[in-house]
Each structure stands twice: as structure tokens, then as C-alpha cells.
Design a protein around this ligand. Structure first.
Ligand code: B12
Length: 424
């Protein structure tokens, strides 16, 4: 048997194993693209993806770009992705709680990576951390710096990541950030701050914003103009198929994929670019996980802008409504008040009570004490239980007493919770 055929077959077998089994793929590896990797190139792309995925581990610092790439490749190796999501959330919480450096672009990468896994970046577990809100705050600091001294707090690369992160989260603040950036970002290759990498991320952020709803016409015009200038710079940096150097080609290829309606197709020899980079894979030029992670989305015909098209159950839609009634027919001035509150599905009764208190503090204020079983409700509406009188607040779901405390009980949609001042 011809040895090169055998070699190709072995590689193809790897592809098949990879696509169908190793990472448990549920979709095809190669979706619609500007151009496609050839069948022989596919085996290299696949082996690169495998080694990138294998870089993930319990004792390895998590990289949001790796999670982004895995998700953009529709690779559902649940254990790898779950581990990365968990690690990234823990790492973000540690950085924030420990006041460790967490630059705006880094926050943007964490936001996009978690969103690409349909894991809500606005709510980190067991904390009040909202990474999207943090991203908005950090982007504002960057833009304030641009306004006061003409340059961002960090770099235009990071500000561009910020615009992209806010845009994939459909935040209207992305529009203003894009407008300011489009007017201020250097678009001349002579400027020492220019890099193809930066232009590429900026093009992705701007292209994403141009697709948003309610973009004012002056913003649209300014952003579209800058996209044109940056795309020109990337296209002018073509050399032997590469866009800039080896390591900017992945991001630049993603950018040209996302912005394909902003230049004429004959200006970019996309198959030549694919060939140039895939030829470098066997030379181990992309052995660093970050290098593979920035390249793979392009090889799969995707870009970071595609994160917003990943179908996720809407975080907002998972709201439930709970009716909450407090009743005292026992002592003093009797009362009965009801309120309907809207909370996230999976919220505890304590969170329902907090929401009720927030909406109507006059009637629904309450106090708790911490015990080994969690929060014990001591008083509601200024009426407290007493060991002397043997009174307490008893909780019901309709007519059934709850068998859990308010800190752990999770009401379901349309449930009616009653707190009745009772005797024991
Ligand atoms: C901005 C930038 C810089 C800035 C970083 C300072 C700053 N205030 O941001 C400056 C100009 C200092 C810089 C320097 C270098 N850079 Co640089 N840099 C980038 C760029 C465009 C963005 C990085 C970023 O902000 N990421 C987003 C943030 C949120 O993630 P982060 O992990 O916090 O990013 C930090 C690191 O990336 C680090 N960093 C930046 N460059 C390099 C390079 C190396 C080798 C290392 C270890 C770390 C590092 O600085 C970032 C900010 O703190 C990337 C492009 C890319 N495709 O990633 C190139 C890039 C990472 N840099 C690269 C290179 C080659 C260098 C230099 C080695 C160039 C040189 N000839 O000296 C030097 C580093 C020398 C050294 N002292 O060790 C290459 C790396 C390629 C590779 N295979 O290793 C890239 C991919 C550019 C490219 N296309 O060639 N860089």
C-alpha cells in the first residue's frame, strides 16, 4: 500500500475519531466559511485542536481564549468545557475578591468565554459578581483615559476586546464605546501603536456593533469608516499568505471573516492564508494553547463575533413569579399583605423575601438569625416570634408547611408562599 495514502488515511481516521467521538462533537467541525481548509489540511487542524484541548487540566491556569475556541468549534467535550468554566469563574472571583490585576481586556475575554459556554457572566456562583457590569465600568475607565489624554488606560487591543465583549452581550454601552474608539484608534500603519493583532480585534468589535440594533447614524458612519481603514491595513499587511506575522494571522483571518461585507473578495486570497498557516502546524509553530486558540476559530470559518450567534437559553427569560403573603391573625393588630415578585428561576425563598422587602419595605421587612440549618426568620413586618409566648413565623406553600428553611427552599413559578404567625 502507498505509504502517503496510509499516512493520509491515519490522519483522516484521527479526524473521524475526533469529530465523532474523542470530543463528543454534536455538530460538524467545519461550518459555513469565507473559504475552507482542504481535506488534507483538516487533519492538521484537528490535531491542533486536540492538543489545545489537552492543555486544559485541573492544575493549569485557565485561558478564556481556549474555552472560546473550543466553543466556536462546536466541540462539546463536556468535561473539558465544564472544567474551564468552573476554573474561569473561580479565577475571576479570586482576582476580584483579592484585588488582583484584572484588566479590561481580560474581563472581556472572560465574559465572551463564559457566554460562549452559555454560562451567565452576569452572575458568578456564591457571589454578587457581575462580570458584564465590571466590564462596563472598566471600559468607561479606558474611555475616560482616552478623553483626557488621547490614549487608553491599557491598550487599543484591550479597548477593542471591551467593545467586542459588550457587543456580544448586546449591551448598548458597546455602541458609545465603539463610536469613541472609531474616532480615536490609530488607523495609520506608521503609528508605533499599530499592530495587525489590534486592527483585527478592533474590526471584530466594530463589525459586531454595526450589526446591533438602534445604532445612531453618525456612529454607524464613523464606525464603518474606521472598519474600512483597519481592513485596508490588514489587507496591506498580506505577505506570502500571512496577514502580518504568523501569530497575527489567526485574529486577522477571523476579522476578515467577520467583516467580509466591508471589502471586495478579490482583495484577500483566503485559501492562500489557510494554506500558509496550516502548513506551519506540523512545524509546531502553534504549540502554545493561546496561539492555537487565536487561530482555530479562523480555520473553522468563525470569528469571536460568532459568540453572539451561539444559541443560549436567555438568562433574562428564566424569571419566575412568586406570590408571597404574610398573615398575622394571632396577636396585636392583625394584618395580611400580599405581593407578587419576579425572581430568577432557582432563587431561594430568602431571595424572594429580599425582593419583596426591596419593593415594599414598609410591610415586607424582615430579620433573620443564622443557625446551623441556615437562616431562621425571627421577625416579619416588625412582628417577632418569642420563645416565651411560643410564637414563630411558619412558612407554607399554599396549605402545606415547608420542610426546609427560607435559605434553601426554592419556590417554583406561580407558587404561593405564605408566612403565617403561628404558635407551637
Ligand atoms: C499589547 C501587546 C504587547 C505589549 C504588552 C504591554 C501592554 N501594556 O499591553 C508590548 C508592546 C509590551 C508587547 C511586547 C512584546 N510582544 Co506582544 N503583543 C501584544 C498584543 C497585541 C496584545 C496582548 C494583549 O493585550 N492581550 C489581551 C490581554 C487581556 O491578555 P493578557 O494575557 O493580559 O496580555 C498580556 C500578555 O499578552 C503580555 N504580552 C504581550 N506580548 C507578549 C509577548 C510574550 C512573548 C509574552 C510572554 C507576553 C506578552 O502583555 C499583555 C498585557 O499585559 C499581542 C497580540 C496577540 N495576538 O495576542 C502581542 C503578542 C502576544 N506579542 C508578541 C511578541 C512577539 C512580543 C515581544 C516578544 C516582541 C519583541 N520582539 O520584543 C514583546 C515581549 C518581550 C518581552 N519583554 O518579553 C507576539 C507573541 C508571539 C509568540 N508566539 O510568542 C504577539 C502574539 C504579537 C504577534 N502577532 O507577533 N506586546
Amino acid at each position: 500500500m502507498n505509504m502517503s495514502f496510509l499516512h493520509d488515511w491515519m490522519k483522516m481516521k484521527q479526524v473521524i475519531i475526533f469529530c465523532a467521538g474523542f470530543l463528543g462533537l454534536i455538530h460538524s467541525c467545519w461550518p459555513e466559511a469565507v473559504c475552507y481548509v482542504s481535506d488534507t489540511q483538516k487533519s492538521y487542524v484537528t490535531s491542533l485542536a486536540i492538543s489545545m484541548a489537552q492543555s486544559v487540566g485541573p492544575c493549569v491556569v485557565p485561558d478564556p481564549s481556549v474555552l472560546l475556541a473550543l466553543n466556536l468549534g462546536n466541540m462539546t467535550d463536556i468535561s473539558t468545557q465544564d472544567l474551564l468554566v468552573k476554573q474561569l469563574k473561580e479565577d475571576a472571583a479570586q482576582k476580584i475578591n483579592g484585588n488582583k490585576p484584572f484588566s479590561s481586556g481580560k474581563v472581556a475575554l472572560y465574559v465572551m468565554a463564559l457566554q460562549s459556554s452559555c454560562s451567565d457572566p452576569t452572575e458568578l456562583p456564591n457571589s454578587n459578581i457581575d462580570l458584564v457590569h465590571l466590564l462596563e465600568t472598566k471600559t468607561k475607565e479606558e474611555l475616560d483615559s482616552v478623553a483626557s489624554n488621547g490614549s487608553p488606560l491599557t491598550t487599543w487591543y484591550q479597548v477593542s476586546l471591551d467593545v467586542l465583549g459588550l457587543c456580544v452581550m448586546s449591551k448598548s454601552s458597546a455602541i458609545e464605546a465603539a463610536h469613541i474608539s472609531a474616532k480615536m484608534i490609530p488607523t495609520s500603519p506608521s503609528g508605533h501603536t499599530f499592530s495587525v493583532d489590534t486592527a483585527a480585534v478592533a474590526v471584530m468589535g466594530f463589525t459586531c456593533v454595526l450589526e446591533m440594533e438602534d445604532v445612531p447614524i453618525d456612529t454607524f458612519t464613523a464606525v464603518k469608516y474606521t472598519v474600512g481603514a483597519l481592513v485596508d491595513m490588514i489587507l496591506d499587511a498580506q505577505k506570502d499568505g500571512l496577514l502580518g506575522n504568523i501569530y497575527s494571522t489567526g485574529l486577522a483571518g477571523q476579522a476578515l471573516t467577520a467583516a467580509k461585507s466591508y471589502y471586495s473578495s478579490e482583495r484577500w486570497d483566503c485559501p492562500q492564508t489557510l494554506k500558509a498557516v496550516t502548513d506551519l502546524i506540523p512545524q509546531k509553530k502553534f504549540s502554545l494553547p493561546i496561539a492555537a486558540a487565536q487561530l482555530l476559530p479562523f480555520l473553522w470559518g468563525k470569528s469571536y463575533v460568532s459568540v453572539k450567534d451561539i444559541p443560549c437559553p436567555s438568562h433574562e427569560a428564566q424569571q419566575i413569579s412568586v406570590e408571597y403573603t404574610i398573615v398575622n391573625d394571632l396577636i396585636g393588630e392583625n394584618f395580611k399583605y400580599s405581593i407578587v415578585v419576579s425572581v430568577k428561576e432557582g432563587s431561594t425563598l430568602l431571595e424572594v423575601m429580599e425582593k419583596a422587602k426591596q419593593l415594599d419595605p414598609k410591610h415586607f421587612s424582615f430579620q433573620t438569625e443564622t443557625s446551623s440549618w441556615g437562616s431562621f426568620v425571627t421577625s416579619i413586618n416588625n412582628l417577632g416570634g418569642s420563645t416565651n409566648d411560643k410564637t414563630y413565623w411558619q412558612f407554607f406553600s399554599d396549605v402545606t408547611p415547608l420542610s426546609e428553611g427560607v435559605g434553601t427552599y426554592k419556590p417554583s413559578n406561580k407558587e404561593h408562599i405564605l408566612a403565617i404567625f403561628s404558635k407551637y
